[in-house]
Write a protein that binds this ligand. Sequence first.
Ligand code: SF4
Ligand code: SF4
Length: 396
Amino acid sequence: MSVIVDHALLPTLKQFGAFDIGACFNCGNCTAVCPLSEGDTAFPRKIIRYAQVGMRENLLSSKELWTCYACGECSETCPRQAEPSEFMAAARRYAIGSYDRTGLARTMYTRPFLGTAIAVFLAAFFAIFMASARGVQATGSLDLFGFVPEDLIHTTGIVVMVIVALAGLAGIVTMARQIGRAESVGWRTVVGSRAAAGRSLGALWEAIGVESLGQRRYRADCDADQAAVPLYRRRWLLHAVTMWGFLGLLAATILDYGLALLGIKATGTPVPIWYPVRLLGTIAGLMLVYGTSVLILDRLRSANRSVAHSTPADWTLLALLWITGVTGFTLEVALYLPGAPAWGYWVFLFHVAVAMELVLLAPFMKLAHVVYRPVALFFYALARTAEHPDRQGGTR
Ligand code: SF4
Ligand code: SF4
C-alpha cells in the first residue's frame, strides 16, 4: 500500500498544541511506561513516529489515539522533554479538526482569539434572540416560559440538535471509515453474520458501557500515581462525574420535553425534589458543578502532570460546562425564593443561551471526544475478539 507523506504534518500539529515532538529520538520510554500500551498497539511512540515522517492517514486512522487518557506518565519519563502526552492531546485535536468538514473545529483550535470570539458571539446571539421575544416578568412566582416562550426554546433546541446530529454523524462516519480501512473491518465484519453481529454487540458494550461510562481502564490502569490522592480528587472520578453530570442533564432535559409531548407534565411545572426527572437533573447538575469546579482548580494550580499544560480549548469547554451547571442551580434556588426575583429571569435567559451554545459547539471542540472515543474503543474491542473468521487482516 502506498503511503502519502505530508511534510506539513508536524508544523500543523504544533498549531494544535503539540510540543517539540521533533526532539523525540524514538527511545520508547514513553511506550514502556504507558499503562494502556500493550502488544501491537504500542503508543504513543508509534503515533509520534507517524507525525515525524508525515504519515497523516495512518495517524488519523489510529484507534490508539483515542485510548490515551492523558495521564501524563509518558511525559514524566521522556528524556527529551518532547511531552508525548501533550502531543497525543494535540493529535486528537487535529483529528477532530480533520473529521469536521466545516472548518469550525480547526478554527476553534488553531486560532484561539477567533475561537473565543465565536464562542462569545454565539452566547450573545442566543441570548439576544431569546430576549427579543421575551414577555412579561410575573411577580408572584417565576413564570419562566411566560418570559421566554417555551415554543421558541423548544424549536431552537431542535434546530441545534439537528445541526449537532448531522455534524457529529458526518465526523463519526469519516472516522469510522478511516479506522475501518486501516483495520480491514467492513460491514461484513460488523454485521455480516449472526456471529459477527454478536461480536459487534459485545464490542459495543465494552466500548460504551464498560470503558466509556464505566471508565474501567482509566480507573484500573491510569491511576497509579494517584494512590495518595483521596478518591474524591482522583482524575478518573473527576472525569467520570463531569461526563455523567453532562449526560444526566442532557437526559433530564430530553425526558422533560418527552413528558410534555406525552401530555404527562408541562415543561416548567413546579414538581417536588423527588420527582424522577427533577431528581435526575439535580444529581446530574451537582456532579457537573463538582467535577468542573475541581478540574478548573486543578488546572489553575497545575495540580498534576495531566493538567500541567492547558490550552484555550480546555478552558472554553470547562467554562461552558461550569457556567451551565452553576446557572442551572442558581435558577433552581430562584424558583423557590418568594416574590419571583427579577434576576431569576435573566439567569434563566443566560442559562438557556449558554446551554444551547455548549450543545451546538459540541462536535467542534474537545467535547467531541464523547463520541469519537467510543467509536475508537469499539474497533479496539472488536480487534480483541480474537481472529474472527470474517476479518481479512490483523491489527497494525
Ligand atoms: S520517551 Fe520521548 S524521546 Fe523517547 S520515544 Fe517517547 S517521546 Fe520520543
Ligand atoms: S498520557 Fe498516559 S495514557 Fe496517554 S500515552 Fe501517555 S502514558 Fe499513555
